[in-house]
Ligand binder design. Structure first.
Ligand SMILES: [Zn+2]
Length: 82
């Protein structure tokens, strides 16, 4: 089994679930610290509509996105907006 938070592989389920709990807490804490440090919170593009994604492209002065479907728009945005 593999921890979905950090990718570490463990054979012992008891240790694994124990690790996963701690790992999740750690990720949360790290995430909070990162945001407090002025970083952008992660954007969930999947929860955005096609119109919102296109609006995002537009506001970032990107081109070539108008014919893309949602999946491609998400990829486009992830590749072009840092
Ligand atoms: Zn982990």
């Amino acid at each position: 089994m593999e921890c979905k938070h950090c990718g570490i592989k463990m054979d012992n389920p008891i240790l694994f679930y124990d690790h996963e709990d701690k790992c999740l807490d750690e990720q949360r804490i790290n995430g909070l610290i990162k945001n407090e440090g002025g970083g952008q919170p992660p954007v969930d593009y999947n929860s955005m509509t096609v119109d919102q994604l296109k609006e995002l492209c537009k506001s970032n002065n990107l081109e070539g996105y108008t014919a893309l479907n949602k999946d491609d728009l998400i990829k486009f945005v992830q590749e072009n907006i840092k």
